[in-house]
Design a protein. Structure first.
Length: 410
């Protein structure tokens, strides 16, 4: 049932862990009085124990055309992490990791202070349709939207997965790795197997002719039931993508991702017609829901890529759109709050196959979150991750540590 726009409190106990305790619902949320956004803040944290990294472009050797990748180098600066926090007059706040910049928060604050945070769809439409006249890129307010979902969950005393509607209790994981040798890939796969992970995604920069024997050897080693995915990160030509794609089909790969730059719609249309295996093309366009939809409509991608840094509301719209097309949306990267956001969404989106995981230990997300005061980023267990049961995103904070690392507020 709904009461004043809030899900009834009576449903909450079913979503709690045994022995867990969540604070009571604030009086304003219970009474149905309108809640108002009072502030939007950006917190920049710096951890002196961690070294920042910088990316340097390098040309990829031995390709048929000029192409670049990046190499990571240590920086002299300490590592930094930015968070957005939305406050309300009900004493409820929402928090999320973000890449937003101070001037963007100034623009956002002007649009949303005084608005009802529970009217997420109205605010989505305002900011989505109004972005053109604010001169910002599509998807720029995604982490603000994530904060609104956090606020609703806390007001209703329900986790986000319960607000959306869960289709599974945990979300399967694939391990993603960098460019390497056959031996490197096999070592990573074996390490993933110790965590119960049964899927691996290659990132390769060697060109199609070099990749084919590697894929064949890895398939022989891992057997027919292990899931393999290929992401050559724009290093193929169309001809290579077709040739490698057919080999991947013979080897039972799950999908081919971003073989060349996705702006080349005509080439992707040709590739999608040629292959029976799914092609996923829109990673660098996924912030723009309109362009991503057009790539699917025009047959230039078979699956959609999405990341909740562009907003939970947008991801759900893309998932429903893909579902009506009989295809998938696949979540890109770690996701907000060091995996918490994508853990919730992955358990609510039936037409998503995998969570993308970057670490060779089961506590990779957890360890990264703890460095900034987030105590319960999801662990990998039996090849899956699961969201917590607490209200909103269920984030548990060492608030003293979080505050001690703040170097700037906007």
């Amino acid at each position: 049932m709904m009461a004043g726009g809030i899900l009834c409190r009576a449903a909450a106990p079913r979503c709690r862990r045994a022995g867990s305790h969540h604070p009571p619902i604030p009086l304003m949320a219970r009474s149905g009085a309108t809640m108002r956004i009072t502030d939007v803040k950006l917190y920049v944290l710096e951890n002196p124990a961690l070294q920042a990294r910088s990316l340097k472009l390098v040309q990829v050797p031995n390709l048929l055309r000029t192409q670049y990748t990046h190499q990571s180098h240590p920086s002299e600066r300490a590592a930094a992490q930015t968070f957005i926090e939305v406050s309300t007059d009900a004493g409820i706040s929402g928090r999320c990791t973000t890449n937003m910049l101070p001037h963007q928060v100034d623009i956002l604050r002007t649009q949303v202070v005084g608005a009802d945070p529970l009217e997420r769809e109205r605010l989505y439409q305002l900011l989505h349709k109004g972005t053109r006249w604010l001169y910002q890129p599509p998807g720029w307010t995604g982490d603000f939207d994530n904060c609104l979902w956090d606020i609703l969950g806390k007001a209703a005393n329900l986790p986000v997965y319960a607000l959306v509607g869960r289709v599974r209790d945990r979300f399967p994981v694939y391990l993603t790795g960098g460019d390497g040798t056959t031996a490197d890939y096999l070592r990573a796969i074996e390490q993933g197997r110790t965590m119960g992970i049964a899927a691996y995604k290659f990132h390769t920069y060697k060109g199609g002719q070099a990749d084919i024997p590697i894929f064949q050897q890895v398939r022989r080693e891992v057997g027919p039931d292990y899931a393999l995915i290929n992401d050559p990160v724009c290093s193929y030509t169309l001809r290579e993508a077709v040739e490698v794609g057919h080999v991947m089909e013979e080897l039972g790969f799950v999908w081919l991702e971003e073989p060349f730059h996705e702006q080349k719609m005509n080439l992707y249309q040709e590739l999608c017609r040629e292959l029976t295996m799914p092609v996923m093309a829109n990673e660098m366009l996924m912030h723009d829901i309109g362009l991503s939809a057009q790539w699917l409509i025009q047959g230039a991608t078979d699956r959609l890529r999405a990341n909740a840094r562009n907003g939970t509301t947008q991801v759900l719209k893309m998932a429903h759109f893909a579902e009506l097309y009989g295809t998938n949306v696949e979540l890109n990267g770690q996701g907000g709050l060091f995996g918490l956001v994508h853990a919730h969404l992955g358990c609510c989106i039936d037409n998503a196959d995998y969570y993308e995981y970057f670490y060779l230990s089961a506590d990779g997300n957890r360890s990264q979150g703890e460095q900034w005061g987030l105590l319960n980023a999801p662990l990998i267990q039996d090849g899956h991750l699961a969201p917590p049961d607490g209200p909103g995103w269920g984030a548990e904070w060492d608030e003293a540590r979080f505050r001690s690392l703040v170097i700037a507020e906007y």
